[in-house]
Design a protein around this ligand. Structure first.
Ligand code: AMP
Length: 286
């Protein structure tokens, strides 16, 4: 595996790959890699000549400075895992390379309601930071396709919209959420959960499954309220939202007939860690 920290040799390498006619798959990450990230690498490897995985803890997408400070960093282990997953290139640029003109110098994107609900409402500025850093990485890597996890469903919607607004040619591939055995969605933040809370955190997935099972026969606003109550009553849990939304517009859905693509989304604190998860509860590809 190749590993680059500096942009210039990285860009040389990429242009050599392009000259050979190689297709490039790109997996952006913030490191502290787990099986979820590695599944994206596998899917990219299956479709491209070479996979680039970036590791960059992007300061502009953290609305909470403490969250940034506590974000797990484990570069040596990450490189080992990437090598074992047959990733072609690890790209670990410095902040100066990513933001040569300082934070916020990229294009202005307007996301309307997409970034005012759910994560957007609870993490102001988060998605503008995400959109700008992904845009910058797409400039540096120039991949044929970008691989992102369904785990961050709203993030995928934002990046899809950013790609559309910027008129980029890259294909966006959304990959399924990889879970722990107990159902908890894998996340870099899970390492900050003590063992007992990691076990208890499976409740989030249980609640999502319960919504899915009952969605066709129950009233959706009622299901949402019940799910919020169930989470709030669990010791150490503090739900921020439970939403049942249209999978494209992310607008609230009040009855299953309103949409052919319905997703239930949860954000919940478990102890000192904020977790998000979601489950598609209806999808008909008509
Ligand atoms: P992060 O390092 O948390 O920014 O995540 C990098 C990419 O990995 C994003 O596209 C995430 O959606 C994806 N990802 C994170 N956790 C999972 C998971 N459990 N399953 C699948 N993809 C994931």
């Amino acid at each position: 595996m190749w590993a680059f920290q500096q942009l210039e040799p990285f860009e040389h390498f990429i242009s050599r790959q392009r000259a050979k006619g190689h297709s490039i798959g790109f997996v952006p990450t913030m490191g502290a890699l787990h099986a979820g990230h590695l599944s994206l690498i596998r899917q990219s490897n299956a479709a491209h000549d070479i996979t680039v995985c970036s590791i960059f803890v992007n300061p502009t997408q953290f609305n909470d400075p403490l969250d940034l400070l506590k974000y797990p960093r484990m570069e040596a282990q990450d490189l080992y895992l990437l090598e074992r997953a047959h990733c072609g290139v690890a790209f670990l640029p410095s902040e100066a390379e990513v933001y040569p003109q300082g934070h916020g110098a990229g294009p202005e994107f307007m996301f309307g309601t997409l970034d005012q609900i759910m994560e957007g409402a609870f993490r102001p500025g988060h998605f503008l930071g995400v959109a700008q850093v992904v845009y910058r990485f797409l400039q540096m890597v120039e991949p044929d396709a970008i691989y992102m996890g369904q785990k961050d469903f709203q993030q995928v919607a934002i990046v899809r919209e950013m790609i559309r607004q910027a008129g980029l040619q890259v294909r966006l591939v959304m990959c399924p959420t990889v879970r722990e055995e107990n159902g908890l969605a894998m996340s870099s933040r899970n390492v900050r959960l003590p063992e007992t809370q990691r076990t208890q955190a499976a409740l989030i997935y249980e609640v999502l499954q319960d919504i899915k099972e009952r969605a066709h026969s129950a009233n959706l606003p009622h299901l949402r309220e019940e799910a919020l109550r169930r989470l709030a009553e669990a010791p150490g849990f503090r739900p921020e939202y439970v939403e049942i939304v249209d999978g494209r517009s992310l607008q609230q859905v009040n009855a299953m007939e309103e949409s052919d693509f319905v997703v239930a989304c949860i954000a919940c604190w478990v102890g000192e860690v904020r977790l998000i998860d979601n489950l598609v509860i209806k999808f008909s590809d008509k």
